[in-house]
Design a protein around this ligand. Structure first.
Ligand code: PMP
Length: 429
């Protein structure tokens, strides 16, 4: 068989014929990506694109990081797979490494193969530990594609299931610029936290097991809660003996300028779920908790590929490099720098409604312009940026938030090139 790429038209043709149509893609004129190196991906014409979305917050260290790739290749040639019914070392080493970075007293991990599975597992663990079965989650949140994870998701775009699981109450997310309770930050009394208590008392039995939160909403459009929200929420959940489950699938491992985004508010969740960046490009997911809560889950649990030697050594290499090269600090500083520049772009262009986020997880929400909806404008910007060699993301319930989640290894110079290109696109569009 030839190794020559078949090209985007042929890929699209096969995709149309053989993939389930729900597998959608960005761009009216999409390139076929054939190679990745550092902050760039390359298409069949050898054209490079600066990857500003990192495969949706996966490539913290960039594409094909040599130390991660070497660890994977060595392991693939030594022992790929046995599953957890046999003893292997990488899984326990990765759990030990995670325990040293996870917040609070969280030091026990169950590994699986995706973020959706991680959230399913976290819900099971919370139900086992509390003996309760109802859950709270945020409107505009996203927790995955499986039945329960989709039912916990508060975005119609990703909530395809017409018959979601019951016992789940979605509460408003406290995005101050669109305050769900009509207050103004600075003169409010965190009525958004009161709204959660009201929901517990009106829409549940009064005894839910837990609340799922994304510390910063990713697919919801990069929405950040106000400073005291999570400490106050923690106090509220404690009063109701509810667990706090932090879905750090997108925000974990330095993305927001802290190892875990919950660290911004010094709030320790009871359960943390993760995936994406940890695997260095290999499929991974996990939920982690305290000794006390873990003790409630003793019946056999197994994930065929969870913590398999290849993903585990990839995770170990990724964590080693992330810490050695001080990538979390880098995300914080570069993020502040990028934020200032994006704010300046926002000041220049009327179509930019708001810039928000933390670290290298930033969103730029667009407004409608003339006869174009905000979503149409976002698509047009995305396409033009791609043609100029820059791959941005797109999130938000209105699909109108340009999303910046570049590899943490990116430089100011590379980001400046992207900002210049964006200004060009916004000037001409
Ligand atoms: N939680 C969050 C916050 C996510 O962003 C995602 C995926 N975008 C998931 C869960 C689901 O992860 P996966 O696609 O690996 O199942």
């Amino acid at each position: 068989m030839s190794n020559e790429p078949i090209g985007p038209d042929a890929v699209l043709e096969k995709k149309k014929r053989h993939l389930i149509p729900c597998v959608y893609h960005f761009y009216a004129d999409p390139p076929q990506i054939v190679r990745g190196e550092g902050v760039h991906v390359y298409d069949t014409q050898g054209r490079g694109y600066l990857d500003l979305y990192s495969g949706v917050s996966v490539h913290a260290l960039g594409h094909c990081h040599p130390e991660v790739a070497d660890a994977i290749c060595r392991q693939v040639r030594t022992l790929q797979h046995t599953t957890t019914i046999y003893l292997t070392e990488p899984i326990v080493n990765l759990a030990e490494a995670l325990a040293s970075v996870l917040p609070g007293q969280i030091g026990r991990t169950f590994f699986c193969a995706s973020g959706s599975e991680a959230n399913e597992g976290a819900a099971l663990l919370a139900a086992l530990h509390t003996g309760r079965s109802e859950f709270l989650a945020f409107q505009n949140g996203l927790h995955g594609r499986t039945k329960l994870a989709m039912s916990l998701t508060g975005l119609a775009f990703w909530r395809t299931d017409p018959d979601p699981v019951g016992g789940i109450t979605l509460v408003p997310h406290p995005t101050c610029s669109a305050c769900p309770v009509g207050r103004t930050f600075g003169s409010c009394s965190y009525e958004c936290v009161q709204a959660v208590e009201n929901a517990i008392n009106t829409s549940t039995s009064g005894r839910p097991a837990a609340m799922f939160v994304e510390p910063i909403q990713g697919n919801g459009g990069i929405c950040v809660a106000p400073p005291e929200y999570f400490p106050r929420l923690r106090e509220l959940l404690d009063r109701y003996d509810m667990l706090l489950i932090a879905d750090e699938v997108q925000t974990g491992f330095g993305r927001t300028g802290r190892m875990f985004a919950m660290d911004h508010w010094s709030v320790a969740p009871d359960i943390v779920t993760g995936g994406k960046a940890l695997g260095g490009g290999t499929p991974i997911g996990f939920f982690a908790t305290t000794d006390e809560i873990a003790a409630s889950y003793t019946r056999p649990g197994a994930s065929t590929f969870g913590g398999n030697p290849v993903t585990a050594v990839a995770g170990l290499a990724m964590l080693r490099v992330l810490q050695r090269d001080r990538m979390v600090d880098r995300a914080e500083h570069l993020g502040q720098w990028l934020r200032q520049r994006l704010d300046a772009v926002g000041d220049r262009f009327e179509c930019v409604r708001e810039v928000r986020g933390l670290g290298l997880m930033l969103g730029m929400e667009l407004d409608p312009v003339d006869d174009r909806t905000a979503a149409e404008l976002t698509d047009a910007v995305l396409e033009r940026m791609k043609d100029a060699g820059y791959l941005l993301g797109k999130t938000g319930p209105g699909r109108n938030v340009l999303t910046w989640m570049p590899p943490l290894i990116i430089t100011e110079g590379e980001l400046q090139g992207a900002i210049d290109a964006l200004e060009n696109v916004l000037e001409t569009i």
